[in-house]
Design a protein around this ligand. Structure first.
Ligand code: M6R
Length: 615
């Protein structure tokens, strides 16, 4: 799904640390992408290929196998999220050819690997793993045997691959370079003075350089310590790519990609939300002109997203419908093809994806484009695949999000969508001018409001967590805008604290789910405004009558809700656009502290990876 790969090539002395240590640290920064096994391959000064790899997480494996002791001038590393082959020592990357001179790391899935492996086995190649990746070194070995150079063998091998891949390859016969190729899965070069990195994501090399070149789909080439060679297919051959205009400096700093004194990235990122929302809103006005024009003209607006980004999409659709008066709906990306058939010219599809790389969302963008819709990307990663392939792009400025659970990217996504809805409402006159101004002013207050929510409610969330740890299940209920927030709260609790949490429209809860309620069953209500109050009160009473443990996140003005529950999170009353951003915060904190109380690592939930580049 989403492994992390890294490669470093340096001239002697340029990086002043052992290569094994550099690769270990870089992999640590990519650990959010997968962490069931880890490994590296380094070509030593004596020209020997040293491969160290094992099942398990980086710190443990690195200590066990002595990653830091190995040195050389070129190496590649990998942290894995298993797709083909269980997590095990042999399935860990890098993978090598029969004679152990070529080493390959890969993120993605090679769909035709069985066919390729059968062909290679017939030609005498010995496979040792169950992975799809292992076909690559054997293919290269095969082509080299026929007389091709390593680079030609690499290109020919890549031509045969179907599926998604980001590849980094080293070969002892060319110890001054790393070969790379990008087919859908992300890959970026970090350009240094006397060294170059290649990696799945920027934090891998942020400590050494902020100068980057994001590779485009279909590009391949190699890096040496002082040179980048890039090609893409042009007709039947490969043509060099002039990338000089694409090199840029990222704003992200090393500190942003480190824990900064917090025990976990997730907690740090929850606390970063005031700043993340402030920077995002500050940078918005310059970006939104063409997007607002497109939305004003749109017949239908469809938002697509996965997981947390889907929840943000639902809030965006509600805001566009209710505030701006546009026909808008949200679809889960992996289901999009069932819903996009009637979409065409005149319609707008907004693809929401913090990473900009989620394959389900990317495929939805491609389909929408094919059908003639205008596509708009909302992402946190400049130049990532989804913004690049969309007609228009708009960016959140949340900084790198390392915790697997999305937090600050959610609040910043919703802030952008709320702002867009208000700008559209203003243009269309769907709300009175005064109301738009009031709602925008509320959005601008969000940084201080979120900071105060964290300050006031963190201790309460910790207390709730101390009871939540003994619960196997939970319901999250809400109506209207509160429903996507309930869905996001439930997702947080289930993905990092492994509590089975289900979100439902509050009014629907009596049509089935209520059968599960028994004494102490947690039911977490969310309400945004006064219109929710009376109706929600009935739903709370229904749960209380069955001895549920009831909690509510609701504005301080909603006394009928807050007084009716066992635990109340009194929120500052806000207009709906700002409340849609801020009211998730107590849910994030409850999930975080529940995971921690259970002794789990919230940054690395089992079976998950941050960026999902497989369907
Ligand atoms: O990068 P994206 O926003 O496209 O990722 C989509 C989902 O995989 C993501 O939101 C996932 O649900 C979160 N990590 C959950 O916290």
């Amino acid at each position: 799904m989403a492994c992390g790969i890294v490669g470093v090539v340096t001239r002697s002395g340029a990086l002043r640390r052992r290569l094994g240590l550099i690769i270990r640290d870089s992999l640590k920064r990519l650990e959010y992408r997968g962490y069931d096994s880890v490994g590296f391959a380094i070509i030593t000064a004596e020209g020997k290929l040293v491969v160290r790899k094992s099942k398990g997480m980086i710190d443990k494996v690195s200590r066990k196998l002595g990653f830091d002791e190995v040195d050389g001038l070129v190496g590649i590393g990998h942290t894995r999220w298993a797709t083909h082959g269980v997590p095990s020592d042999v399935n860990a990357h890098p993978h090598t050819d029969c004679v152990g001179t070529i080493a390959v790391v890969h993120n993605g899935i090679i769909e035709n690997y069985e066919e390729l492996r059968d062909m290679l086995v017939r030609r005498g190649h010995r496979f040792v793993s169950n992975t799809d990746t292992e076909v690559v070194p054997h293919l290269m070995e095969e082509f080299k045997r026929s007389g091709l150079s390593t680079y030609e063998a690499f290109r020919r091998s890549v031509e045969l691959l179907e599926g998604a891949y980001a590849l980094a390859v080293i070969d002892v016969s060319t110890p001054d370079r790393i070969y790379f190729a990008r087919g859908t899965s992300p890959l970026v070069i970090g350009i240094g003075d006397g060294f170059n990195f290649i990696a799945s994501d920027i934090p891998a090399f942020l400590e050494y350089t902020r100068k980057i070149l994001v590779l485009h789909d279909g590009e391949l080439g190699y890096v040496t310590a002082s040179r980048i060679h890039l090609e893409r297919r042009s007709g039947d051959s490969w043509a060099p790519v002039d990338f000089s205009g694409r090199v840029r400096l990222v704003e992200w700093t090393v500190e942003m990609a480190m824990k900064g004194g917090y025990p976990h990235f997730m907690l740090k990122e929850i606390h970063e939300q005031p700043n993340a929302v402030a920077s995002t809103l500050a940078g918005l006005e310059d970006q939104v002109g063409a997007v607002v024009d497109a939305l004003v003209k749109a017949e239908n607006i469809i938002l697509v997203g996965a997981g947390t980004s889907y929840h943000a999409s639902r809030l965006g659709a509600l805001l566009l419908s209710n505030v701006a008066g546009k026909m808008a709906s949200a679809i889960i990306s992996s289901e999009a093809s069932w819903h996009l058939k009637p979409v065409g010219e005149g319609d707008v599809v907004i693809a929401v994806s913090q990473s900009g790389e989620t394959i389900d969302t990317l495929l939805a963008v491609r389909e929408a484009k094919e059908r003639g819709a205008t596509t708009i990307a909302l992402s946190n990663v400049v130049d990532s695949a989804i913004p690049r392939e969309s007609d228009l792009a708009i960016y959140t400025r949340a900084g790198p999000e390392i915790g697997v659970a999305a937090t600050k990217t959610f609040t910043t996504q919703v802030a952008v969508l709320a702002y867009l809805a208000l700008r559209v409402a203003e243009r269309l006159g769907s709300l009175g001018r005064g109301r738009v101004a009031e709602m925008i002013a509320d959005l601008r207050r969000l940084p201080e409001v979120i900071a105060s929510i964290i300050a006031i409610h963190e201790a309460r969330a910790r207390r709730v967590a101390s009871r939540m740890v003994s619960c196997a299940n939970a319901f999250y209920l809400g109506r209207g805008y509160a429903l996507p927030i309930a869905m996001e709260g439930a997702l947080k609790l289930k993905e990092i604290a492994y509590v089975h949490a289900e979100a439902y429209p509050a009014g629907e809860s009596k049509h089935g789910p209520i059968a599960l309620i028994e004494e102490g069953f947690p039911v977490v209500f969310t309400a945004l405004g006064s219109h929710d109050g009376r109706l929600l009160r009935s739903n709370i009473e229904e749960m209380r009558a069955r001895l549920a443990w009831t909690l509510a996140v609701a504005p301080a003005t909603l006394q009928e809700v807050l007084r009716a529950v066992d635990v109340s999170f009194r929120m500052p009353p806000l207009t709906e656009a700002a409340a849609a951003v801020a009211y998730i915060v107590p849910h994030q904190l409850i999930a975080y502290y529940t995971a921690v109380r259970k002794g789990l690592d919230p940054d690395k939930p089992r079976n998950l990876a941050k960026t999902v580049t497989v369907v």
